[in-house]
Design a protein around this ligand. Structure first.
Ligand SMILES: [Zn+2]
Ligand SMILES: [Zn+2]
Ligand SMILES: [Zn+2]
Length: 794
C-alpha cells in the first residue's frame, strides 16, 4: 500500500483541457464530475464565456483514459467542437470540484437549440407518484428550452428568462447536486416554484389555472374550439385535426384557404397510423430536434378517426410532428386525437411571442388562450424537413437547429449577412462558423422586419460578433438589403443565384468549382432581369452564366404569381403557340386576353424572366390545375401531385438548345465555357397544348413535364461538364423541394457520371441564401490570398 502511494506521487501528472462546442446547459460538468470519479482523478471544472475549462490530476494512465472516454461518453445533446490540452502543474488536490462560472469579455460559445422532452422527463410526467406529474414545464440537463430563454452568456439562470422564478428547496437540491440529472439545469422548475399555465377566454380573462387549465383546454379542443397555445418559441394555433368544421374555421379565420397545416400526433405509433414512414423519416420525427416532417399520408389511415381533408387539400403529404414539450405531451394525451399545430400568426406575419401580443394579434382567430408566465426571449418557429431522393433536407430551419452554426471550410472575418427577402434568414460569421439564424419569414410586413432586426441584435449579443462588413442581395427593393445598407462597414452585393450555388457548396463543406443548377422563383440577375432557371459555373470567387431557360414575359410582373393562368397565356403568346382548344384558358374574358396580348407584344409591364418557378405555374395553369394561387408554390405542388398519381415511363417533351454570346460573368470566375446556352421552350409548349387538345390525361402530361425538366437539367449540365472538365453538379433553389423532379434528375445526372450535391443543413429555398452570401463574401474580401480583384464596393 505504501509502495502504491509512493509510485503515485512519483507519476502524478496534471492536464488542462479547454473544450469548445455546445457544452453548457447540457449536463456537461456533472458528466465530467462523474468521469473524474470513475478514473480517480482530482481537479476542477468551470464554465467560461467560450466553453468549459478543466484541470485534472492523477496517474498518467488514468488521465489518458479520461481524455479518451470524454468524447465517447459525453451527454447526448452536447456537441464537442474541439478539445485543446496542455500539461499543468499538479497541485496535490484530492477532490474534483465544480467552480463558479467565469465571464470573459468578447468571448463566445456555441448555444444549444431547444431540445425535445427526454425519456426520463417523460416518465416523470406520466408518473402520478412523481412531484412533476403532468407538470408542463418539466425539463432537465438533457432536454428543455435553451435558445428561447437565453438572454446572455455564460449560460446561467440570471441571464435567462427563468430568473424571475426562485427555486423551491427541492429544486435547489437537485440543482446543487452533481449526481443529479438536474445539476445546474438552468430552466429547472416544478409545480411549486416554476411557471404555470392559465386558460383564458378570447379576451384574455383567466378561466382556469394549472392542471385544471390543461384539462379544460383539452376539453375545448375536443369540442372543436380553436386555441392559441404558448409553446417554446411562440404561440401556435391548435384545433382537433379530425374535426372538419374546426379545421375549416381555422382556415377561414387565419386567412389561409389551402396551405397545408402541420399536425401533431401523440407518438410514433399514431404517426405510423396516418403515414407511410421511412426509416429516415422516423429518425427525424423522434430526434431531439423533433421537427415537422413532410411524410406521405396513408391512402387509408389505420387511425380510428381520419384527419379532416382540409388539413392539406393540395397534397397527399402530411406535415407531422411529435410532442416536444411536456405541455404538448399532456395536451395530446388528454385530447386523445391528432391536433393541428400551426404557427400563431396571420398569414405571413411572424409567430406571436408574448401574451399581450398574442391577445392583440390572435384574438380574432382563437376561441381561447392557453398561455403561461415563462417569457420567451427568441421567437422560434417549428422546423420542417423532408426526405426526398438523395437524403434528408430542411425546408425551414429553426427550432432544434438554430442557433447551432454551420461549419465553414475556412476561417473568415466577422460579417453580417442579410439573406434573401422571402423565407428570410440572416447569418453572422466568425472564425469558421456561420451562425445562420432561425427562419424569420417573408419581409413583407412591419412585424417581420421588426423580428428580423431584433434577432440580428440577439445574435450579435450572444456570439459577440462586431461585423466588419455587410453582405446582401443585389435586388434594390429587398428590405434585407435596405437594412444592410443602413449599417456601417464595408459592403458587398451578391447575385441571388450565385448565393444559391455557394450555399450548396458551403452546405457540403466544399470549395471547388461546380456546375450549379439553380431553379427558383425569382432573383435579380446581373443584367437587371429576373433570373430563375440557371446553370451557373463557378465557386465562391465568381461565376459564369453558362445556360438558362428561355426568357419569357411575366404580365404584370410579380403580381402574376397569384394568377398562373395569365402566365400561361403570356408564355403561349410569346412562343407563338395558340391557346385554342385549351379548356383551362377558354374561360378567360376576352378583355383580359387582349390586355395580356398587348403587354406581351408591346413589352409593357411584362418583364422578361427565366424563372423555373413561373414555368411550373404556366404548365399547371395550362393543365387546369391551378388558375389562381393562395400560397407560394401552390401551382407547382399541384402539378407534382397530379403527376405522382400516374407515374410511368414515357418520353420527355421536345425542346431545343440555342447558343448565344459570351456568358455573363461576375467576380474572378475562370472562363469555363465559351458560349451561353438557352433552352427554347416553344416545342415543349406546342406539344403540351397538342396533348391537351388530344385529351391526354393530366397525370401523364404532368409527369412528362417533370421528366422533360430532368432531361434538360442533365443535358446542359453534361455539356458544361464536358466543356469545363468539372464533374460536380450542385442543385439549389426552391424548385428542388419537388420530390418528383429530384427523383428523376438525380439518377439521370449520376447515370452520366456526374456527382450531385444537394442541401443537407440549410434549405434549398431562399432560407439557405444567407449561408451562400457568407461563403461568397469570404472570397471577395479575404485579403491578399482571397481574390481581391473581384471585390465590389458600393
Ligand atoms: Zn429531461
Ligand atoms: Zn421547485
Ligand atoms: Zn432563390
Amino acid at each position: 500500500m505504501a509502495q502504491r502511494v509512493g509510485h503515485e506521487q512519483l507519476t502524478r501528472q496534471a492536464l488542462r483541457l479547454a473544450i469548445r462546442g455546445v457544452v453548457q446547459g447540457v449536463g456537461f460538468r456533472p458528466f465530467l464530475f462523474r468521469l473524474a470519479a470513475q478514473h480517480q482523478l482530482a481537479g476542477w471544472v468551470r464554465n467560461t464565456s467560450w466553453g468549459v475549462e478543466l484541470e485534472i490530476e492523477g496517474l498518467s494512465d488514468d488521465l489518458e483514459a479520461f481524455v479518451c472516454d470524454l468524447p465517447l461518453q459525453a451527454p447526448p445533446i452536447a456537441r464537442i467542437e474541439s478539445i485543446a490540452r496542455e500539461s499543468a502543474q499538479p497541485t496535490g488536490a484530492e477532490q474534483f470540484v465544480i467552480l463558479l462560472s467565469q465571464a470573459q469579455d468578447g468571448a463566445y460559445q456555441l448555444i444549444s437549440p431547444d431540445i425535445a422532452t427526454c425519456p426520463d422527463c417523460l416518465r416523470e410526467l406520466g408518473d402520478p407518484a412523481d412531484r412533476r406529474y403532468r407538470y408542463p414545464f418539466t425539463n432537465c440537463t438533457n432536454c428543455g428550452p435553451r435558445f428561447t430563454i437565453i438572454e446572455g452568456v455564460p449560460y446561467d439562470r440570471p441571464l435567462t428568462t427563468m430568473r424571475a422564478f426562485t427555486m423551491c428547496p427541492d429544486c435547489q437540491r437537485e440543482y446543487d447536486d452533481p449526481a443529479d440529472r438536474r445539476f445546474h439545469a438552468q430552466p429547472n422548475a416544478c409545480p411549486v416554484c416554476g411557471p404555470q399555465v392559465v386558460l383564458c377566454d378570447q379576451a384574455g380573462r383567466p378561466l382556469a389555472r394549472r392542471d385544471e387549465a390543461m384539462r379544460l383546454a383539452a376539453e375545448w379542443l375536443r369540442q372543436g374550439r380553436i386555441l392559441a397555445v404558448k409553446g417554446l418559441g411562440g404561440f401556435q394555433l391548435a384545433c382537433d385535426a379530425t374535426n372538419p368544421e374546426a379545421v375549416a374555421r381555422l382556415r377561414q379565420r387565419k386567412q389561409r384557404p389551402h396551405k397545408p397545416f402541420a399536425v401533431m400526433v401523440a407518438d410514433l405509433a399514431q404517426a405510423e397510423a396516418l403515414a407511410l414512414l421511412t426509416d429516415a423519416e422516423r429518425e427525424l420525427l423522434t430526434s431531439t430536434a423533433a421537427p415537422i416532417v413532410l411524410v406521405r399520408g396513408r391512402p387509408v389511415p389505420l387511425a380510428q378517426a381520419p384527419l379532416a381533408t382540409g388539413i392539406g387539400p393540395d397534397t397527399d403529404y402530411l406535415g407531422l410532428m411529435l410532442p416536444y414539450t411536456p405541455l404538448h405531451h399532456v395536451l395530446l394525451g388528454d385530447v386523445g386525437r391528432p391536433l393541428v399545430m400551426t404557427s400563431g400568426n396571420l398569414s405571413e406575419e411572424p409567430i406571436a411571442r408574448d401574451n399581450e401580443e398574442a391577445l392583440r394579434r390572435l384574438g380574432a382567430i382563437a376561441d381561447g388562450f392557453l398561455w403561461h408566465d415563462r417569457p420567451i426571449h427568441a421567437r422560434y418557429d417549428d422546423s420542417v424537413w423532408f426526405v426526398p431522393h438523395g437524403g434528408a433536407q430542411p425546408v425551414r430551419r429553426a427550432r432544434g437547429y438554430a442557433p447551432f452554426p454551420i461549419r465553414l471550410p475556412f476561417h473568415t472575418r466577422p460579417t453580417l449577412v442579410c439573406g434573401a427577402e422571402l423565407k428570410a434568414t440572416f447569418c453572422l460569421t466568425r472564425d469558421n462558423y456561420a451562425f445562420v439564424s432561425q427562419h424569420i419569414g417573408d419581409m413583407q410586413n412591419l412585424e417581420t422586419l421588426e423580428h428580423y432586426r431584433e434577432s440580428v441584435g440577439q445574435y450579435r449579443e450572444l456570439f459577440h460578433v462586431v461585423p466588419e462588413r455587410v453582405v446582401y442581395d443585389m435586388h434594390p427593393d429587398y428590405e434585407t438589403r435596405r437594412f444592410g445598407q443602413s449599417l456601417p462597414g464595408e459592403r458587398l452585393a451578391v447575385q441571388h443565384h450565385h448565393a444559391h450555388l455557394a450555399a450548396c457548396l458551403a452546405d457540403n463543406g466544399l470549395t471547388e468549382p461546380v456546375i450549379g443548377v439553380v431553379f427558383d422563383g425569382t432573383g435579380l440577375g446581373l443584367d437587371g432581369r429576373i433570373w430563375g432557371g440557371e446553370w451557373l459555373v463557378g465557386d465562391g470567387r465568381g461565376f459564369q452564366r453558362a445556360a438558362h431557360l428561355q426568357e419569357l414575359p411575366l404580365p404584370g410582373g410579380d403580381a402574376a404569381v397569384r394568377k398562373p393562368y395569365r402566365i400561361a397565356l403570356a408564355y403561349l403568346q410569346a412562343l407563338g403557340v395558340s391557346a385554342e382548344g385549351v379548356p383551362a384558358l377558354a374561360g378567360v374574358p376576352s378583355s383580359q386576353r387582349e390586355m395580356i396580348e398587348r403587354m406581351v407584344t408591346k413589352g409593357i409591364r411584362a418583364p422578361l424572366t427565366t424563372s423555373a418557378g413561373r414555368l411550373f405555374d404556366a404548365v399547371a395553369a395550362l393543365l387546369g390545375l391551378c388558375p389562381e394561387t393562395s400560397y407560394e408554390a401552390q401551382a407547382a405542388i399541384r402539378l407534382e401531385v397530379a403527376a405522382d398519381a400516374h407515374f410511368s415511363g414515357g418520353l420527355p417533351y421536345p425542346y431545343e438548345i440555342a447558343t448565344a454570346g459570351t456568358p455573363q460573368t461576375w467576380g474572378s470566375a475562370q472562363p469555363w465555357v465559351e458560349r451561353t446556352q438557352v433552352v427554347q421552350l416553344g416545342p415543349l409548349f406546342s406539344e403540351l397544348v397538342a396533348d391537351v387538345q388530344r385529351g391526354v390525361t393530366v397525370a401523364q402530361m404532368a409527369w412528362r413535364f417533370h421528366l422533360t425538366l430532368a432531361h434538360i437539367i442533365r443535358d446542359l449540365a453534361l455539356s458544361q461538364g464536358k466543356e469545363s472538365g468539372l464533374g460536380r453538379v450542385a442543385l439549389s433553389g426552391g424548385c428542388f423541394q419537388n420530390r418528383l423532379l429530384l427523383s428523376l434528375a438525380v439518377p439521370l445526372l449520376q447515370g452520366d457520371g456526374l456527382q450531385v450535391l444537394l442541401h443537407r443543413q440549410v434549405p434549398t429555398n431562399d432560407g439557405g441564401v444567407a449561408l451562400g452570401q457568407a461563403f461568397i463574401a469570404h472570397y471577395q474580401t479575404a485579403g491578399p490570398a482571397g481574390g481581391c480583384g473581384s471585390r465590389r464596393r458600393e
